[in-house]
Design a protein around this ligand. Structure first.
Ligand code: PLP
Length: 371
C-alpha cells in the first residue's frame, strides 16, 4: 500500500547524515533538530503554536486533557474514522457521541453534529479523513453557536488547504481550538518511528499542553498538574525536518497518482472515485473508492493474486467496536457509516508510484469489475 523504502532511498544521504549528526551530538531527546522541526512545522502550518509529542494518539489525548473535559462530558466525533480518535475520548472517561459522515467526502456531517448536541456536549472532533478536509466553516459556526471546543484530527491530512467562503485559506489542523497530527511512518509526513504534533492559536492552551506532555511540569521536578510523558525524539525530528521540505512535492506525487486512477475509473458506473469539495484540496493519504454492485472480497482476492495490495479502511466502524460495548452510547443508528463500510476499498497510494504500476493496478481493477 505504501513504499517508504523507495522514498528513503531518494533522500538517503541527507537522512543518514542527519541521523549521524544526532548520534554525534548525543542530544537524543529535545535536541536542536526537535526545536528546528517544531519551528519549521509551525511556519508551514501557519499556526501560532506547535508542540511536538510522541504520536498522534497522544496529541489527541493531550488536547483533550488541556481542555479540562470532565468524565461524562460528551464529545461528538465520527464513527467512520481510525480508532485512535474515539479511543482517546473513552480513555479519558468522556462519552463519545458517534455521528454520521457525508458519503461524498467521508468527513463529519454538520447536520448530524447539530442533531447530536445536548447540554453535556463539550467538544467536536472532526477528522480530515483520507486527506480531505472536514467542513470546518460549518463546524466552527456550530461550535461558536453552542460554545463548544473543536479538536481537529489532522493525522491523515497534513498539507491540506481549507478555503473559507470569504476566500481566505488555512491549513487543516490550524482552524479549530486545537489540531492534532501524526508522523507515523505511513502518514503523509512520516518519520522512521513514532511522532506527533499539536497546533493551537491560543497561547495559554499551548503552554498547558507543553506542560501536560512533560509530566505537568514547567520547572523540572515541580509538577503542577497530572500530565503524561510524550515527546518527539531528535532522530525522528531530524528525519522530519528533511521530509517537511519535500512535503509539497510528496503531495503532488500523490495527486498525480490519484489523477491517473481518476481518469482510468471515470465514467465507470460501478466505481465512485474520491470527491473533492470546493472548500478543500485533497492530499490523498488514502485513495478510496466506493464500489456499487461489485463483490468487494472477490475483487480484493483477485488483486491479491496479481500481487496488488488493497485495504478496507475501516472494516468495523467505531460504534460497532467491542471496545465500546460497555458504554451507554447515545447514537447507534448510523446507516451511512454502515453503508460506506460495506462499499469502500483503498488502492495503493504513496509518493513513488510510477505509470507502469498505476496502469497495472487500474487494468486489473477494471478487468475484474467489467467482467
Ligand atoms: C494515524 C491516526 C491517528 C493516530 O496516530 P498515531 O501516531 O498512530 O498514534 C489518529 N487519527 C487518525 C485519523 C489516524 O489516521
Amino acid at each position: 500500500m505504501v513504499d517508504t523504502k523507495s522514498q528513503y532511498l531518494n533522500i538517503k544521504s541527507a537522512v543518514d547524515d542527519a541521523i549521524h549528526e544526532v548520534l554525534d551530538s548525543a542530544a537524543y531527546i529535545n535536541g536542536k533538530p526537535v526545536q528546528d522541526f517544531t519551528a519549521a512545522l509551525n511556519t508551514y502550518q501557519g499556526s501560532a503554536h506547535t508542540i511536538t509529542c510522541g504520536n498522534g494518539t497522544d496529541a489527541l489525548q493531550i488536547a483533550m486533557m488541556a481542555l479540562d473535559l470532565q468524565p461524562g462530558d460528551e464529545v461528538i466525533t465520527p464513527s467512520y474514522t481510525y480508532i485512535a480518535t474515539t479511543e482517546v475520548v473513552a480513555l479519558l472517561k468522556l462519552t463519545p457521541v458517534f455521528v454520521e459522515v457525508d458519503p461524498k467526502t467521508f468527513c463529519i456531517d454538520p447536520v448530524s453534529v447539530r442533531n447530536a448536541i445536548t447540554p453535556k456536549t463539550k467538544a467536536i472532533v472532526p477528522v480530515h479523513l483520507y486527506g480531505h478536509a472536514a467542513p470546518m466553516e460549518e463546524i466552527m459556526q456550530i461550535a461558536a453557536e453552542f460554545g463548544l471546543y473543536v479538536i481537529e484530527d489532522n493525522a491523515q491530512a497534513i498539507g491540506c488547504d481549507y478555503t473559507f467562503l470569504d476566500g481566505s485559506k488555512k491549513k487543516t489542523g490550524s482552524i479549530g481550538t486545537i489540531g492534532a497530527t501524526s508522523f507515523y511512518p505511513s502518514k503523509n509526513l512520516g518519520a522512521y518511528g513514532d511522532g506527533g504534533a499539536i497546533f493551537t492559536n491560543d497561547a495559554a492552551l499551548a503552554q498547558k499542553m507543553k506542560m501536560i506532555a512533560n509530566h505537568g511540569q514547567q520547572t523540572r521536578y515541580y509538577h503542577e498538574m497530572v500530565g503524561c510523558n510524550s515527546r518527539l525524539d531528535s532522530m525522528q525530528a531530524a528525519v522530519l525536518n528533511i521530509k517537511l521540505k519535500n512535503l509539497d512535492d510528496y503531495t503532488n506525487a500523490r495527486r498525480n497518482a490519484a489523477n491517473f486512477y481518476n481518469n482510468a475509473f471515470a465514467e465507470n458506473e460501478k466505481i465512485t472515485v474520491p470527491y473533492v469539495a470546493p472548500y478543500s484540496t485533497h492530499v490523498y493519504h488514502q485513495y478510496t473508492l466506493q464500489l456499487h454492485n461489485v463483490n468487494r472480497d472477490a475483487l480484493s482476492a483477485y488483486l491479491a493474486e496479481k500481487k496488488i495490495p488493497s485495504m478496507i479502511y475501516y472494516p468495523v466502524p467505531g460504534h460497532r467496536q467491542k471496545m465500546f460495548s460497555g458504554f451507554d452510547l447515545p447514537t447507534l443508528d448510523l446507516a451511512i457509516t454502515d453503508w460506506l463500510t460495506e462499499r469502500v476499498i483503498s488502492l495503493p497510494m504513496h509518493t513513488e508510484m510510477d505509470q507502469e504500476q498505476l496502469s497495472f493496478i487500474t487494468e486489473n481493477v477494471l478487468n475484474f469489475i467489467n467482467n
